[in-house]
Design a protein around this ligand. Structure first.
Ligand SMILES: *[C@@H]1O[C@H](CO)[C@@H](O)[C@H](O)[C@H]1NC(C)=O
Ligand SMILES: *[C@@H]1O[C@H](CO)[C@@H](O)[C@H](O)[C@H]1NC(C)=O
Ligand SMILES: *[C@@H]1O[C@H](CO)[C@@H](O)[C@H](O)[C@H]1NC(C)=O
Ligand SMILES: *[C@@H]1O[C@H](CO)[C@@H](O)[C@H](O)[C@H]1NC(C)=O
Ligand SMILES: *[C@@H]1O[C@H](CO)[C@@H](O)[C@H](O)[C@H]1NC(C)=O
Ligand SMILES: *[C@@H]1O[C@H](CO)[C@@H](O)[C@H](O)[C@H]1NC(C)=O
Ligand SMILES: *[C@@H]1O[C@H](CO)[C@@H](O)[C@H](O)[C@H]1NC(C)=O
Length: 557
């Protein structure tokens, strides 16, 4: 499927060399985890549908990213939502003249995905200093509302903020190799289940709550269901991993149940069985209003990032896009069943529904509908004025997905060098000297083309004689700098989840441990020490070599 796409792109002349790293070496490529799903998490392929469906060039895509950033973060007083305050900065809800955990965490997600560390730091400083509860009944959570001076508002939390805070911090930790961000993220992640007073997810069914207190704990808001985020947190959390795994499944199930089987619409608030929920303080809670529009983005991103719930998500996408086709993309608000249309289709809906179209790609009969939705999302101008905060930012987040700029930033992998002597890779023809990133047999390579038959290469085959260095199969020894901080070494076969100046870290029994790095047997040439094998296959200056897990290892003395 990936190869087919690439061939199609190659004939259109739109393909760029396969890359799994950004310009600073941060990694978003595949890993060894379940290769059966088509999602970008597994393939590392974030090709923008604006390219494949609308023929937009890399330059046009970058231009769109710049336009959005310059408008919402650097624009004039009628355009921007980011307000720089020295070491801090906040996102203003212009209409309400306050600052919300929702907007702050959206701002951080946008900043990390577009590689703006300075603004990310300022936003996180503001959120930490004025919103983050450390200790007390709300320990780990964020006040959902403050005024622009960082005071007042409401101490209670609105869980979509926590979800985006956690996810953006995890991405920032990986993208910028920052242990403080990882520690901050893990602090929140742990409190979500362990806070004695307020559980962000309902304890009986593992579904996110509308608010983790009082009766708010007894119903949900399906626009807080972010299955791709919960799936990632379940992989990267150092605590409660099994609960997070259950929550990933429960979140996908709940989002599916929340989609009305006829209209495909979602309600703003709902019960854990997916039916709309009414509240006396919000007359429109049981309708498709402001919150609910985001659901289309939530399952659309899960489809292209993971693809593990593809069948149901395609069904959901068909329903809601068919519904808006019939409406002619005219209206914004409806009852759950699609009756009672009112107000004008919004910019946020334009973005979110285009993201839902990811789940229709490849489905017969939808090509022109996908193009129409993509074109609408592309064409709208960044918003100015009173209402630019919410609809503008939902559209901006949607555009990151559609522009191929919402990536899963992963911990740094081990990288090998490799020479490719055949000019064709994955259906694309390369030139001598071209460099691409490749993933083969669970290993990441920086590959250079040295095409033979030219007299200059020496025809040394695929350059694959040396097995690469695996990410797993570690020795059970670890870096002295990690042990010196009082952390244990992980067991053999640990998985590296984080790398910093001290070495490589894994997680076991809910705590950090050193993963690999060999305090005693140091391996050689990037290969590990053997666990148990003593059969000598080869001897050189480094010692005696054997093979384990299909890979070279050096035998301990
Ligand atoms: C992938 O699918 C094949 C065939 O259905 C199955 O045998 C294999 O176990 C799957 N691999 C994983 C990692 O799920
Ligand atoms: C924007 O607003 C700030 C503070 O409200 C004010 O100081 C500044 O002069 C305004 N800039 C423009 C161009 O209106
Ligand atoms: C913010 O809230 C605090 C405490 O309620 C209040 O003293 C202050 O005047 C408010 N500032 C603004 C700008 O609203
Ligand atoms: C929770 O919701 C269910 C179903 O809506 C209801 O039967 C139950 O009484 C509620 N419990 C509390 C504590 O509000
Ligand atoms: C409820 O929805 C109706 C119809 O869209 C709208 O006119 C009204 O302003 C909404 N009320 C609130 C409190 O949002
Ligand atoms: C052959 O090698 C030369 C010198 O390294 C290089 O300039 C040329 O581009 C190569 N030609 C091909 C077809 O790879
Ligand atoms: C062929 O490549 C090997 C490994 O890079 C190198 O050591 C050797 O000198 C090369 N031989 C020729 C004839 O270029």
């Amino acid at each position: 499927m990936q190869i087919k796409t690439l061939l199609l792109l190659a004939t259109a002349g739109l393909v760029s060399a396969q890359k799994f790293f950004d310009e600073n070496g941060a990694y978003y490529g595949p890993d060894c985890d379940n290769p059966n799903h088509s999602g970008a998490y597994y393939t590392g392929d974030y090709t923008s549908p604006f390219k494949t469906y609308l023929g937009k060039t890399d330059a046009e895509i970058q231009g769109k990213l710049d336009q959005l950033w310059n408008h919402y973060f650097k624009g004039d007083n009628n355009s921007k939502v980011f307000y720089d305050r020295g070491n801090e900065g906040y996102i203003l809800d212009v209409n309400n003249n306050d600052v919300r955990s929702e907007g702050m965490s959206y701002g951080m997600m946008i900043a990390v995905q577009t590689n703006h560390k300075e603004e990310f730091d300022k936003l996180w400083n503001w959120a930490k200093n004025h919103m983050w509860h450390k200790g007390g009944g709300w320990d780990g959570y964020f006040a959902w509302q403050r005024n622009t001076s960082g005071n007042g508002g409401d101490d209670n939390c609105a869980p979509d903020g926590e979800m985006y805070f956690m996810m953006s911090l995890l991405f920032a930790a990986n993208r910028w190799n920052n242990k403080q961000y990882m520690d901050d993220a893990q602090y929140i992640i742990k409190r979500m289940w362990d806070n004695p007073q307020h559980k962000l997810f309902n304890q009986q069914n593992n579904i996110i709550t509308f608010q983790p207190q009082g009766t708010g704990n007894n119903f949900s808001d399906p626009s807080y269901d972010l299955p791709a985020f919960v799936d990632l947190i379940s992989r990267w959390s150092t605590t409660n991993q099994n609960r997070w795994k259950s929550a990933a499944q429960a979140t996908r199930d709940h989002l599916y149940k929340s989609s009305n089987t006829r209209s495909g619409l979602f309600s703003d608030y709902n019960n854990f069985d997916g039916t709309p929920h009414s509240e006396s303080y919000n007359q429109n809670a049981s309708k498709y209003m402001y919150d609910a529009m985001r659901c289309a983005m939530n399952f659309g991103m899960d489809y292209y990032l993971f693809g593990s719930d593809a069948k149901r998500e395609t069904e959901m996408a068909k329903r809601i896009i068919d519904f808006f086709e019939k409406d002619g993309y005219k209206h914004a608000r409806f009852n759950w069943d699609g009756s009672g249309a009112s107000e004008q289709y919004t910019q946020g809906e334009t973005g979110a529904n285009a993201v839902a179209c990811f789940a229709l790609m490849g489905t017969q009969g939808y090509e022109s509908i996908i193009k129409k939705n993509l074109q609408m999302a592309w064409d709208v101008k960044p918003m100015t004025g009173q209402y630019r905060y919410y609809d503008g930012l939902v559209h901006y987040l949607a555009m990151l997905h559609l522009l191929g700029s919402f990536k899963i930033w992963k911990p740094a992998p081990k990288v090998q060098e490799k020479t490719l002597t055949s000019p064709v890779y994955n259906g694309i023809t390369y030139q001598n000297g071209d460099k691409i990133d490749i993933f083969e047999d669970c290993k990441v390579y920086k590959a250079t083309f040295q095409i033979s038959g030219n007299g200059s290469g020496n025809g040394s085959g695929s350059g694959n004689q040396n097995p690469g260095n695996p990410n797993t199969g570690k020795t059970g020894k670890c870096y002295p700098a990690i042990m010196a901080q009082g952390y244990p070494c992980c067991s053999a076969n640990c998985q590296v989840v984080y790398t910093d100046a001290d070495g490589e870290w894994g997680v076991e029994n809910g705590d950090w441990c050193g993963c690999g790095g060999a305090a005693e047997c140091v391996g050689a040439q990037g290969f590990p020490c053997c666990e148990s094998s003593t059969i000598v296959y080869y001897t050189d200056g480094d010692g005696d070599w054997s093979v384990e897990n299909n890979d070279w290892c050096i035998i301990r003395n």
